[in-house]
Design a protein around this ligand. Structure first.
Ligand code: FAD
Ligand code: PYC
Length: 417
C-alpha cells in the first residue's frame, strides 16, 4: 500500500485524483485464520493492527457485521483523557492517551488528534473533594492534571457560566493534554494500517454462532453470514453486543447494555476551544472543527439494544447545558443519535481470557472506551498473542468479579449512569 504524503496529494491533484488506491482491502474470507477478531470497531481493529505490528501475527481476520466504526466508535463524542482514579486505570488510559499523541504518524493516517484540554467541573463540595483526590492520584501516577480555581476555569473557557443557577462552579480538574480526535478516522486509520500488514478486514460478515470441539469445548471457529471459518484463537470485541456473543460461546458476562446518546447543534463560529464536562448537572460539550456544538449526557435508565435513546434524556441534557453555557440557549439542534454501551458494575473494562479455551474478550468500556482504543488494542493483542494478560491488562480480567477485586471508576467514568 502506498504511503499518504504531501507529495502524493500534489501528484493526485495533478491527475484529477485518479490514482488513489482503496484505503483497505476487501477480501473474501479464507477458510482458516490463526486469529479471528469479531467486531470492526476501534478496539477490534486496533487489536488486529497490534497483533500484526507488535507480534508478527498477520494471519488475522476482523469480521464486522455492518461497516467499520458503525458501532459506538463512529457514534461517540471523541473525548480523550486519562484522569482516572485507580492505578490500573491510570496505566491503561495514559498508555492510550500517549499512543494518541503520534498515532497519525504511526498509522500514516490523519486521525486529527487535538489535545485541546479537558475540564471536569466541580459543582458540589463532594465533587470537589473527589476531583481533588483524583488530581493527587494522577500526580502519583505521573499523569499531568491539576485542580484550578473558578476564576481560572472562566479564563480557560469564557462562555461558561460559573455562577449557577443551581450549582456554581467551585473549581475544575484540568487535563491540558486531554482532547479529541476524529472518531471515524481512528477506525479507518487502524483498518488501513492493519490491512497493509496483511490483516483481512471483512465487512458485512455477521458472526451467528461460535463452534467448539473436544471434551473441554475449545473454540474451533465461527459460523457467519459468509459461511464457516475456522480459527486457532478468537477475540470477541463487540461492545454492546458482548453478552450476545458470550451466550453464543456458552458463558455469561457481568455486563448490561444501555443506550447512550449524543447530539450536535447547527455550526457556529469558534467559541470554545476545550472540552467541558459538567457531571453534576449531567452534560458535556465541545466544539467540532465544523463548528457544531457536540453535546452529550448520561445513559438512558434502562437496558436496550436500540441505537436511539429516549427523548426525555435529550431534554434533560440540553437543560443542563443551557444553564452551564447560556449562549447555546437559542441554537438549533441538527442531529441526535445513540449507541449501545456495555456497562460493568465497577465501570471498568474486561480484557483477557474467558472460560472457553482459545476465546479472549475485550469489552465493558461502557461510556468511555473511545479514549482507550490504542492502549486497549495494544494490551489485547499482547494478551491474545502470548495467551496470558500483559502487565497493563492483568487487573482487568473477568475473574475480578468473582474475587471481588473491583476497579471502581464510577466517578471517573464521568457520564451519569
Ligand atoms: P464498537 O465501535 O461498538 O464496535 C463493535 C462492533 O462489533 C460494531 O461495529 C458491531 O457492528 C460489531 N458486531 C456486533 N455484533 C457482531 C457480530 N455478531 N458479528 C460481527 N460483528 C459484530 N468514549 C470516550 O472515550 N469518549 C467519549 O467522548 C465517548 N462518547 C460516547 C458517546 C456516545 C453517544 C456513545 C454511544 C459512546 C461514547 N463513548 C465515548 C464510548 C465509546 O464510543 C466506546 O466505548 C467505544 O467506541 C467502543 O469501541 P468498540 O470497538 O469496543 O465497539
Ligand atoms: O469517557 O470522557 C468520557 C466520555 C465523555 C462522554 C462520554 N464519555
Amino acid at each position: 500500500m502506498r504511503r499518504y504524503s504531501a507529495f502524493a496529494v500534489a501528484r493526485e491533484a495533478a491527475r484529477f485524483h485518479s490514482g488513489w488506491e482503496r484505503a483497505w482491502g476487501n477480501p473474501e474470507p479464507k477458510r482458516h485464520y490463526e486469529v479471528i477478531v469479531i467486531g470492526g470497531g476501534g478496539h477490534g481493529l486496533a487489536t488486529a493492527y497490534y497483533l500484526a505490528k507488535n507480534h508478527g501475527i498477520t494471519n488475522v481476520a476482523v469480521l464486522e457485521k455492518g461497516w467499520l466504526g458503525g458501532g459506538n466508535t463512529g457514534r461517540n463524542t471523541t473525548i480523550i483523557r486519562s484522569n482516572y482514579l485507580q492505578d490500573a486505570s491510570a496505566s491503561i488510559y495514559e498508555l492510550s492517551r500517549g499512543l494518541y499523541e503520534d498515532l497519525s504518524q504511526q498509522l500514516n493516517f490523519n486521525i486529527m488528534f487535538s489535545p485541546r484540554g479537558v475540564m471536569m467541573l466541580c459543582q458540589t463540595e463532594h465533587e470537589f473533594r473527589a476531583m481533588q483526590r483524583t488530581a493527587h492520584a494522577n500526580r502519583l501516577a505521573g499523569i499531568k492534571t491539576e485542580m484550578v480555581t473558578p476564576h481560572k476555569v472562566k479564563e480557560i473557557c469564557p462562555i461558561l457560566n460559573i455562577d449557577g443557577p443551581r450549582y456554581p462552579v467551585l473549581g475544575g480538574l484540568w487535563q491540558p493534554r486531554g482532547g479529541t480526535a476524529r472518531h471515524d478516522a481512528v477506525a479507518w486509520g487502524y483498518a488501513r494500517a492493519a490491512s497493509a500488514l496483511g490483516v483481512d478486514i471483512i465487512q458485512k460478515c455477521e458472526v451467528t454462532a461460535i463452534d467448539r470441539y473436544g471434551p473441554g469445548g475449545r473454540v474451533s471457529g465461527v459460523q457467519t453470514s459468509k459461511g464457516a471459518i475456522t480459527c486457532d484463537k478468537l477475540c470477541i470485541v463487540v461492545a454492546g453486543h458482548s453478552g450476545v456473543l458470550a451466550e453464543m460461546a456458552g458463558f455469561r458476562l457481568p455486563i448490561e447494555s444501555m443506550p447512550l446518546q449524543a447530539l450536535v447543534s447547527e455550526p457556529i463560529k469558534p467559541c470554545m476551544d476545550i472540552v467541558v464536562m459538567a457531571n453534576t448537572v449531567h452534560g458535556y460539550m465541545s466544539q467540532s472543527d465544523k463548528g457544531e456544538m457536540v453535546i452529550g449526557g448520561g445513559t438512558d435508565g434502562y437496558n436496550a439494544y436500540t441505537q436511539r435513546g429516549s427523548f426525555q434524556h435529550i431534554e434533560e441534557t440540553v437543560r443542563a447545558l443551557c444553564e452551564t453555557f447560556p449562549i447555546i440557549s437559542r441554537l438549533k439542534m441538527l442531529r441526535q443519535w445513540g449507541g449501545i454501551v456495555d456497562m460493568t458494575g465497577d465501570r471498568s473494562p474486561i480484557i483477557g481470557k474467558t472460560p472457553v479455551e482459545g476465546i479472549f474478550i475485550n469489552c465493558g468500556w461502557g461510556t468511555g472506551g473511545f479514549k482507550a482504543i490504542p492502549g486497549s488494542g495494544w494490551c489485547t493483542a499482547a494478551t491474545v498473542a502470548k495467551g496470558t494478560p500483559d502487565e497493563v491488562a492483568g487487573p482487568f480480567g473477568i475473574d475480578r468479579f468473582r474475587a471481588g477485586r473491583m476497579i471502581d471508576e464510577s466517578v471517573a467514568a464521568a457520564v451519569a449512569h
